[in-house]
Design a binder for this molecule. Sequence first.
Ligand SMILES: Cc1cc2nc3c(=O)[nH]c(=O)nc-3n(C[C@H](O)[C@H](O)[C@H](O)COP(=O)(O)OP(=O)(O)OC[C@H]3O[C@@H](n4cnc5c(N)ncnc54)[C@H](O)[C@@H]3O)c2cc1C
Length: 500
Amino acid sequence: MPNIEYHMTKFRSIFWHRRDLRIEDNIGLFEASENSKSLIGVYVLDPNLLNLNRTTSEAKNWFLGESLLELQKNWKNRGSCLLILKGDPIKLIPKLAELIKAECIYWNKNIEPYEINRDKEITGQLSKEKRKVYTFLDQLIVNPSNIKTNNEEPYKVYGPFYRKWIDIINKKNLSYNNLIQISVTAKKFTGPDESELTSIKNSDLNYCITSKSKHIYDLLTSNRFKNTNLCPCKPGESESQKQLNFFIHSGAINIYNNARDIPSLEKTSNLSAALSLGTISCRAVWNGAQVSKNMTADNYKINSIDTWIKELAWREFYQNALFNFPELEKGPYREKWLNFPWQNRSDWIDSWENGLTGIPIVDAAMRQLKVSGWMHNRCRMIVASFLVKDLLIDWRLGELFFMKSLVDGDLASNNGGWQWSASSGMDPKPMRIFNPSRQASKFDEDGNYIRKWIPELSHISTPNLLSGEIISAERNGYPKPIINHKNQTSIFKELYSNLK
Ligand SMILES: Cc1cc2nc3c(=O)[nH]c(=O)nc-3n(C[C@H](O)[C@H](O)[C@H](O)COP(=O)(O)OP(=O)(O)OC[C@H]3O[C@@H](n4cnc5c(N)ncnc54)[C@H](O)[C@@H]3O)c2cc1C
């Protein structure tokens, strides 16, 4: 449990939501609600994290906006309110604290370099003004500071990391049915008093307090995801919980071992955006997996659930990696890759981004991303390998495009996924090259996924669809392949072998 000094006197406090857009099972919020005589919530729309050319996407903005609307309602139902501010948190958080004379400010920590530096600055300012700052680790099951090798170093390879991670969890004080008992539920809050509300109202803070919040509507107006089912990730705390329940009770978790690699089955949890923005807690998903395990004695099902838990561990691995090696954000972990002579042909980048490379499995995946804001994991690996090892394009351009397109765009997981695919990361296998047609034959053997996303090819026979060998007369406007896989990958291998 977080270590906090408990006070006899309770204080006026602010809880700052960041990547924890929920009320339930929110460690920092629980602590704030227990220790405050008056508690107000705040979320800051930070332009650094909302840059559509760099850090966010239309889909992610929609997910964020809808989740904030629900969060505002939940704060109101609990007897207080959530302010939505827009601007630089370094200025806004201390200013808000001053306005309402808040004595304590609570938040849950993040692991990304920008946020760590920003928070340091804000903490410094608040402390100077004699306000207390309480921070908690909420977004990871195991604290990164506790996962060290025998030499007290951070792990660089997933396998040993996973063994240590699961070992730590298993050694925690587990009670009933292996659930992690750090689950906390925030109850009623004591809302701001009249004088606090008046200071906010009279202030020049560009705030929004009602559910008609202009700032939120800015995220949502003209957003093509609004009121549609285009994206499989559903925003908001209640929908995230429903999604987890569905994944468990529909039995999808029990067949995950085989189903997870077949994109047309759509049997993964779709919880990535919820985990990234914190509309669900990492403990809730862990507990969901344990509940599923306790409902079965079937080895195949138990194995499947364990495979899913290993995916949750990948998320934690990449967050640990970025926390311990913040330089990953800027470029390759293996410096040798800085010298790779990328060809970066802009016409090829265009074709890749628009699903027009002439390689059906790649194009189907890129069109899924474009339309839905999400892409299946197997396909993320296929398109990433193709961009880097077939098109010889710097993986950082792919990483950026994903951030600008994904609903679940997350610096740690995205960077980790791209560095894994490019072989520039911690787990280097330079010759890991995916053959697109072999991947298609293995994971989309009936061509259902390709047909769904490239309807103009629906009449093509399955073998031709998978191999991409389609005669001109049958192309129906679909382009010819822009490259030959064998030729391109031999160029890649040669360029790689010349690297010093
Ligand atoms: C090039 C590339 C880029 C990626 N970019 C992102 C990203 O920006 N954000 C993101 O959340 N995931 C990213 N991933 C990981 C993965 O593709 C998605 O997490 C997954 O497809 C989400 O679908 P799901 O929620 O149905 O996952 P499930 O299969 O149900 O897995 C459960 C959860 O485990 C985590 N997870 C699963 N696989 C991975 C993985 N390989 N790495 C890290 N966490 C994982 C996610 O939080 C996911 O929601 C990327 C993978 C690659 C190869």
